[in-house]
Write a protein that binds this ligand. Structure first.
Ligand SMILES: NC(=O)C1=CN([C@@H]2O[C@H](COP(=O)(O)OP(=O)(O)OC[C@H]3O[C@@H](n4cnc5c(N)ncnc54)[C@H](O)[C@@H]3O)[C@@H](O)[C@H]2O)C=CC1
Ligand SMILES: N[C@@H](CC=O)C(=O)O
Ligand code: NA
Length: 818
């Protein structure tokens, strides 16, 4: 025989009751009739509580009472033929009259005892169960209404009564046998004490009723019908990627539901566990969902954790002082005090020195706990053996749960890595001695980010999401979006990775979207839905979204974003940039960026600052980290100038080739920055700094290759004009080189603590002779690469290769987040 328990939403409306009847029709095909346990209609228990509170305060509650009655009557009229309505309406009317008298008594006394409250609440289950039972009778004539106060017996702890299992088992069996062959509709949640006063089993107690009956009658299965797809890996309102768990052990289900997953009431597990009766959580509104099974011998999946649960409102109380050291009875006294006063302690941590104890409670209990402690430990406080208890508010608990954790090393490492990378500060940690659960206390504001980050870290078979906020939609920014769009399906399939653009801005417009911006039509969306660009606002909104695996991508050529980097790092957001201005301003700033990123556990990636997508920064970093010593760096690092010299041959005209380089996307937005050596200087400066030199701009000497008039051109247009006017100067340079069978090369060098950029003519024996297109080349001569240097060569400018370099940086930051 199966027990089927339906929650409030399943009896909350005409539609849901119709769905319930269909489920019962199917169940009725089984050999034995099921037992049906029902909750009050959704929202009714809260409403009854509110009415009772109002009555106790001498306030009017009659409107609510009328509405409540009406809600039940409407259902009866909708689901029963007129001829069958009367007896049901009459019985419910009696219930409502009793309830009204009771509330009137509370009103008169202006006092609401726990006992009276339990009685008030009992009408929720009584009304719903009686009503549904009689509606069901139309289809199942053997339906019988059963008030659980007849056979579920408890102590007199009103509000949260404890079940007398032996007596209850006996009475339940007796009732069941007396009603053999019937389909019983039992009120959930309510019971009675020895004196036959109505008690309740605590919020969510209908689940418990189902388990008590299941255990007494050795049911084959306890089905909990609710409005969600079973237990999930995390709260689906918080984690979009959360998915339903097919199977759990009782302990896992207990741990998960204890911390937040409100799908099942935790005490339900005990009777089922003791009798090894499977519990299955099903969805009334999605009957095709197979359900989450909670049972013995549940398969431990390959995943090390089953789920992540959380409580979003918690306070912690810190107790410290020498009075605790070695005092065996201290924590006993403390926690029995709290339990006596019905303060539910969610989690406890104690330092190994026994010098401090931290425990977590509901915020409303924190002040009460401090008062109680101050009273109980008055002597210790006066003698300064105990410090004044401290309360921290605005906190949340995140817990990872799974039986498999015990056998898998590195679980807590993974948890703390995910939290640390995302700038989530941990206030307290507790690991259940069972190792089924690791709980951390964090700021409430970080909870959603933390749960998502941890979910991404553990469920690696799901696509991990990188959230990016991009500045700049020019040459590079645009190309990056195109590449991302094309590559996305591949990344999802082969790398379990999803890159979501959450925000984008150029100088005109900005747009941030909590759902991400679709890349197929980002430009239209930005133009039509974007607001006026405002860098400060963009950054503030990005921080406020507080997303996991978050990156700020600066694809501008502007100094404006740079002062914001610091605050971005401090918000634990990594920075990826092709903009060289940040790293080539003052050394102090460069150093601060590096230190801040390190301090906040995030990355600062700028591979494209030197040689576009070519692996130059990375190579230098690898050499340095592995202890190699850089003796000399020689390099051609201006793609633009390289292109010009590679094409300035024969009859070619200098300024036309410069134009070509600009059109091909090799130049800086302002091509004067390339030709006057500034862009190259920035690259040399960044390389020198990464190689360990505290260089400033003036430490890189530049041999200028332009006539003064070109250098001083006030606009780009006038610059081109000057290049044209100085055609002879460039032609002469070219002819001189050609006459000696040489080529022109603009070469940077870093050696003996000196950096320079010079215009040279090199012959065919020079390693930099053979170049084409926008090629960059760099040779590192080091302790280990002494005889023959390590050389990196290839296209060093252009939108495709640069955007690809930015893309790779994004992926690399993401990989470290794993
Ligand atoms: N072209 C190349 O081969 C390489 C370029 N780079 C770097 O890439 C960066 C971008 O270059 P391009 O895309 O060619 O420039 P671009 O001029 O085509 O685009 C710059 C974009 O930045 C936006 N922008 C500027 N200031 C802004 C602000 N304060 N807030 C928001 N948006 C702002 C502009 O609206 C524009 O969308 C430059 O820093 C350049 O040095 C790096 C390596 C190679
Ligand atoms: N304008 C630059 C592009 C790369 O940084 C160049 O020409 O090298
Ligand atoms: Na590079």
């Amino acid at each position: 025989m199966n027990i089927l328990k339906f929650g409030g939403t399943s009896v909350g409306s005409v539609e849901s009751i119709t769905a319930l009847l269909n489920i019962l029709a199917k169940e009725n095909e089984q050999q034995e009739k099921p037992i049906v346990v029902l909750s009050a209609m959704s929202g009714v228990t809260n409403l009854l509580t509110a009415m009772a509170d109002k009555a106790a305060l001498g306030q009017d509650y009659s409107e609510e009472l009328k509405a409540l009655e009406q809600r039940h009557f409407d259902v009866i009229r909708a689901l029963l033929p007129a001829s069958a309505q009367n007896p049901v309406l009459t019985k419910l009317k009696l219930y409502f009259n009793e309830l009204e008298e009771l509330l009137q008594a509370v009103y008169n006394l202006q006092e609401l005892s726990l006992q009276a409250k339990d009685l008030v609440l009992s009408y929720g289950e009584r009304c719903s169960t009686f009503m549904v039972c009689h509606i069901a009778k139309q289809k199942f004539p053997e339906a019988v209404f059963a008030d659980a106060t007849q056979f579920v017996k408890t102590d007199g702890n009103f509000g949260q009564a404890k079940v007398n299992t032996q007596l209850t088992d006996f009475l339940v069996k007796d009732f069941y046998e007396t009603n053999a062959g019937k389909m019983l509709f039992v009120t959930g949640f309510i019971a009675s004490n020895d004196a036959n006063r109505v008690t309740t089993l605590g919020r969510g107690g209908s689940d418990y009723t189902a388990a008590i009956l299941g255990s007494a009658l050795n049911a084959s299965e306890i089905q909990i019908w609710t409005d969600v797809n079973g237990m999930m890996t995390a709260d689906p309102r918080m984690v979009k990627k959360a998915f339903s768990l097919p199977e759990l052990s009782y302990i896992e289900a207990m741990e998960l539901s204890y911390f937040g997953a409100k799908v099942i009431y935790p005490p339900t597990m005990t009777p089922a566990f003791l009798k090894q009766i499977p519990i299955v959580i099903k969805n009334t509104f999605d009957v095709d969902f197979e359900g989450t099974y909670i049972r013995h011998g549940a398969k431990t999946s390959a995943l090390p954790i089953k789920g992540i649960s959380s409580i979003d409102e918690i306070s912690i109380v810190n107790l410290a002082g020498s009075g605790m050291v070695g005092k065996a009875g201290f924590s006993g006294r403390l926690f029995s005090l709290l339990s006596r006063e019905q303060i539910n302690v969610v989690l406890i941590t104690q330092s190994s020195s026994e010098h401090s104890i931290t425990f977590a409670v509901k915020p409303s209990d924190a002040v009460k706990a401090v008062k109680l402690i101050s009273k109980e430990f008055d002597l210790e406080l006066q003698a300064k053996k105990l410090d004044k208890p401290e309360v921290e508010n605005g906190l949340a608990v995140l817990a990872i749960v799974g039986e498999n954790m015990k056998h898998t090393p590195g679980i807590s490492g993974k948890l703390f890595h995910a939290l640390g990378r995302n700038g989530v500060n941990v206030h307290a940690i507790a690991q259940g001695s069972s190792e089924y659960n690791i709980s951390v206390i964090i700021a409430k504001a970080d909870l959603s980010k933390a749960v998502n980050a941890v979910h991404d870290a553990f469920y690696t078979s799901l696509n991990k999401t990188l959230h990016i906020f991009c500045l700049g939609t020019g040459n590079i920014g645009k190309t990056l979006f195109k590449q991302l769009q094309i590559q996305m399906p591949f990344l999802a399939k082969n790398n379990d990775l999803q890159v979501k653009v959450m925000g984008v801005s150029n100088t005109r417009k900005m747009l941030l979207s909590p759902n991400g911006i679709a890349l197929e039509n980002w430009e239209d969306t930005l133009n039509t839905q974007g607001e006026t660009a405002n860098l400060e606002g963009f950054i503030a909104q990005m921080k406020a979204m507080n997303l996991p695996n978050c990156m700020f991508v600066d694809n501008t050529a502007s100094p404006q974003p740079v002062p914001f980097y610091q605050g971005v790092f401090e918000a634990s957001i990594s920075v990826v940039t092709c903009n060289k201005i940040g790293n080539s301003a003052s050394f102090a700033q460069y150093e601060t960026f590096k230190n801040t990123a390190r301090k906040f556990g995030v990355d600062f990636y700028y591979e494209t600052n030197v040689g576009a997508g070519l692996p130059i920064i990375r190579t230098l970093k690898d050499l340095m980290m592995s202890g190699d010593k850089i003796a000399r760096i020689e390099a051609i690092l201006s793609g633009t100038i390289s292109y010009i010299f590679n094409h300035f041959k024969g009859d070619a005209v200098f300024h036309e080739i410069v134009k070509e380089a600009q059109e091909k996307g090799y130049t800086e937005p302002d091509p004067r920055d390339d030709l006057n050596g500034k862009d190259f200087m920035r690259k040399m400066l960044i390389l020198a700094r990464d190689a360990g030199y505290a260089f400033e701009e003036a430490d890189v000497s530049i041999q200028n290759m332009l006539p003064d008039a070109c250098l001083q051109a006030p606009t780009v247009e006038k610059f081109y004009k000057q290049l044209e006017l100085n055609a002879d100067y460039f032609t002469k340079l070219k002819e001189e080189a050609e006459a000696s069978k040489k080529v022109l090369r603009y070469i940077g060098k870093l050696e003996d603590g000196k950096a320079s950029i010079t215009l040279q003519m090199v012959d065919e024996n020079h390693p930099f002779y053979m170049l084409s297109g926008s090629d960059n080349i760099i040779s590192f001569t080091t302790d280990r690469y002494k005889e023959r240097p390590l050389v990196v060569k290839g296209p060093g400018a252009g939108a495709e290769v640069t955007a690809a370099g930015v893309f790779a940086d994004i992926i690399n930051v993401g990989a470290l987040n794993a």
